[in-house]
Design a protein around this ligand. Structure first.
Ligand SMILES: NC(=O)c1ccc[n+]([C@@H]2O[C@H](COP(=O)([O-])OP(=O)(O)OC[C@H]3O[C@@H](n4cnc5c(N)ncnc54)[C@H](OP(=O)(O)O)[C@@H]3O)[C@@H](O)[C@H]2O)c1
Length: 263
C-alpha cells in the first residue's frame, strides 16, 4: 500500500478518528496533505499539514476512502454523498446496507476497532459488502493493521458480538484492575503502591500473552497446576460467579449493539 492513499475521516477530531489518523500517518500509509479530517465544533490544532474541515462533502470529494467515525447517534444527521467510493465505518451498531444506501455507494466496509488503536494495539474485526474490491480489502487491512491486529469475519452478527468482546474489551481488564485496586487499598496498601502493582500486573500479563500467544484456558490451567495461592484465588472467584458474570456482561453488550442498529 503506497502513501498515495487519499483518506478522509469524518469525526477525525474524536478519540478513535484521531487514533486511526495518527496510526495511518505513522505507518506512512497516507501523507499529511492527502489526509482530510472533519470536526463539528472546534478545529483541533493536531496533525500539522492535514486538511481540517467542517464540510463533510468537501472531505468526501477530495478523498478516495471515506471513514465514518462519528457516534452512532450523530450518524442520521450526517449528509454526505460518497459517489460510489469506499466507505469504511467504525460506528457500533449501524448496518452496512443502511450506510451504503444513505451515502450512495455499494463499497462499504463495517469495522469495529477499540480504544487501544491509540497505542497500535486494537483488535479490529471487519466485513466488506458485495461490491467491495480486493484493493478495498487490502486498504482496510493496511489501515487497521497499522492500528493493531485485524480480522475479516463472516457476518455482521459476528461484528455485533465483537462490539462487546473487543470493541468494549479494553474496559474489562480495566474493570478487573479497578476491583483489584479497591481490594488492595481496603487491605491497607498505599494507593500509589497498589496502582503500580495492579497496572504492572496488567501490562505484564498483556506482554506475556502477546509473546506466548497461548490459549487463555492453557494459561489458567498452568496457574491452577501449582495448587498454590493462585489456584485458591481462581477457584474462589469462579465459585463466586466470575465466569457467569463475564458471560452475562458480554450478552448485554451484544444485545445493546443489535439494538443500537435498530434505533
Ligand atoms: N472509542 C472507542 O473505543 C470506540 C471503539 C469502537 C468503536 N467506536 C466507534 O467510533 C465512533 C467514534 O467514537 P469516539 O469514541 O471517537 O467518539 P468521539 O470522541 O465523540 O468522536 C466523535 C467525533 O465526531 C464529531 N462529529 C459528530 N458529528 C459530526 C459531523 N457531522 N461532522 C464532523 N464531525 C462530527 C464529534 O465532534 P464534537 O465533539 O464537536 O461533537 C467528535 O469529535 C463511534 O461511532 C463509536 O461507536 C469507538
Amino acid at each position: 500500500m503506497s502513501a498515495s492513499l487519499r483518506l478522509g475521516i469524518v469525526g477525525g477530531a474524536g478519540w478513535l478518528g484521531s487514533a486511526i489518523a495518527g496510526a495511518a500517518l505513522s505507518a506512512e500509509l497516507v501523507r499529511a496533505e492527502n489526509l482530510a479530517l472533519s470536526y463539528r465544533r472546534t478545529k483541533p490544532d493536531r496533525f500539522p499539514g492535514v486538511f481540517w474541515t467542517d464540510d463533510n462533502q468537501a472531505l468526501a470529494d477530495r478523498s478516495d476512502v471515506i471513514m465514518l467515525s462519528v457516534r452512532p447517534q450523530d450518524w442520521p444527521s450526517l449528509e454526505l454523498d460518497a459517489k460510489g467510493k469506499l466507505v469504511i465505518s467504525v460506528m457500533a451498531g449501524i448496518r452496512m446496507a443502511e450506510i451504503g444506501e444513505k451515502h450512495g455507494t455499494g463499497r462499504v466496509v463495517r469495522t469495529l476497532p477499540n480504544a487501544a488503536a491509540e497505542v497500535g494495539k486494537s483488535f479490529t474485526p471487519w466485513i466488506a459488502s458485495g461490491d467491495a474490491t480486493e484493493l478495498d480489502r487490502a486498504t482496510v487491512r493496511a489501515i487497521f493493521g497499522a492500528c493493531g491486529v485485524e480480522d475479516e469475519v463472516g457476518s455482521e452478527r459476528d461484528i455485533d458480538y465483537l462490539t462487546g468482546l473487543t470493541g468494549s474489551g479494553p474496559a474489562f481488564p480495566a474493570l478487573l484492575a479497578d476491583a483489584m485496586m479497591r481490594d488492595a487499598v481496603a487491605f491497607g496498601l498505599a494507593p500509589e503502591v497498589a496502582r503500580r502493582a495492579v497496572n504492572t500486573v496488567l501490562t505484564g500479563t498483556g506482554r506475556l500473552l502477546e509473546l506466548n500467544d497461548a490459549s487463555p484456558a492453557d494459561t489458567v490451567e498452568a496457574f491452577l497446576g501449582y495448587r498454590g495461592t493462585t489456584a485458591a484465588a481462581i477457584e474462589t472467584m469462579r465459585e463466586a460467579g466470575f465466569d457467569k458474570a463475564v458471560a452475562k456482561g458480554l450478552a448485554a453488550a451484544f444485545l445493546r449493539s443489535i439494538a443500537m442498529g435498530k434505533a
